[in-house]
Design a protein around this ligand. Structure first.
Ligand code: 13P
Ligand code: SF4
Length: 302
């Protein structure tokens, strides 16, 4: 087995040779975050993917994230080091279901969370991420919004808008499984620590939180707060970055169960293999790409 330092060195060399850039989501392991050129939330990474000048993007995240990069940068080769790294939430909506909702609510606009497949984005009016969902919905002039596919984010948005939100059924298993009891235990144990959570958490968790934010927002909140101990209600990978950037603070995961197995499928060995073989490539059918691009670009205009 190769040593971690050898793997990292080889990755750095090959990356330069291939003119590749490594993007990593905040939920990636510490080892992956350390070799990445950029670490961020979905919105930050999609902005970087659209502007970066590399020939190859090695995307350390899940499929819909790499697919978004491919939609934004068709001239670049986008590689997902483990092609089976998916997002269960993204697959909780089908084109058939979306079309029947559109038929049922012909006056509504479709707002699609980026955690969704390209075909769904292509059938939507505008995309959003957890960082801008409220802003995106409030930017629309229509009064009715079909929000897909996350029901908890849809509920969170509905509390911050006067528009009628037609809710979806999807959910993220990592965030949705948090119980009231998990929150109660942590709050009782650490009464001085603020609780910061992702809006994919259920309403009863969001209600008890001091701050609700995207992973990028959680990073900013943690930097800015004067609290020395913070309870974090999102996927465990973010704790590595939080500790690295705030060595004087303590970060406590709301529940030990908050692990996204798909995010953890990306390893240094797989990144190295991907750089050597320049695959697996994530590509999107051109008709679908153009449709999806429109919905993503509308989001960027806001
Ligand atoms: P962010 O956009 O906040 O990084 O979240 C992505 C995600 O998959 C949350 O589970
Ligand atoms: Fe998808 Fe949830 Fe994993 Fe985020 S944490 S990638 S929403 S399964």
């Amino acid at each position: 087995m190769e040593r971690i330092s050898d793997l990292k060195e080889e990755i750095t060399l090959l990356k330069k040779k291939a003119n590749a850039v490594i993007l990593a989501h905040n939920y990636q392991t510490g080892a992956i975050q350390d070799i990445a050129d950029f670490v961020g939330d979905s919105l930050e990474l999609s902005r970087i993917a659209s502007g970066v000048s590399a020939d190859i993007i090695i995307f350390c995240g899940v499929y819909f994230m790499a697919e978004t990069a491919a939609i934004l940068s068709p001239e670049k080769k986008v590689i997902l080091p483990e092609i089976s790294a998916g997002c269960p939430l993204a697959d909780m909506i089908t084109v058939g279901e979306l079309r029947s909702k559109k038929q049922k609510y012909p006056g509504a606009k479709v707002v699609c969370y980026v955690n969704s497949p390209a075909v769904i984005k292509a059938e939507s009016d505008i995309c959003c991420t957890s960082a801008n969902a409220v802003e995106v919905v409030n930017s629309l002039k229509e009064e009715e919004v079909i929000f897909i596919p996350d029901r908890n984010l849809a509920h969170y948005v509905s509390k911050h808008t006067d528009k009628k939100i037609i809710p979806p059924n999807g959910y993220c298993p990592v965030h949705n499984d948090i119980s009231k009891e998990d929150v109660k235990i942590m709050k009782e144990k650490h009464p001085d620590a603020p609780l910061v959570v992702h809006p994919e958490c259920p309403d009863y968790v969001v209600e008890l939180a001091d701050k609700v934010a995207s992973t990028g927002g959680i990073i900013r909140f943690s930097k800015e707060t004067r609290a020395k101990k913070i309870i974090v209600g999102t996927e465990e990978g973010i704790i590595y970055r939080l500790k690295k950037e705030n060595p004087d603070k303590d970060f406590l995961l709301l529940s030990r169960e908050m692990v996204c197995r798909d995010m953890k499928k990306i390893t240094l060995t797989k990144v190295l293999k991907a750089l050597k073989e320049l695959k697996p490539v994530v590509a999107v059918n051109e008709n679908i790409r153009i449709g999806a691009l429109k919905a993503i670009e509308k989001m960027f205009e806001i």
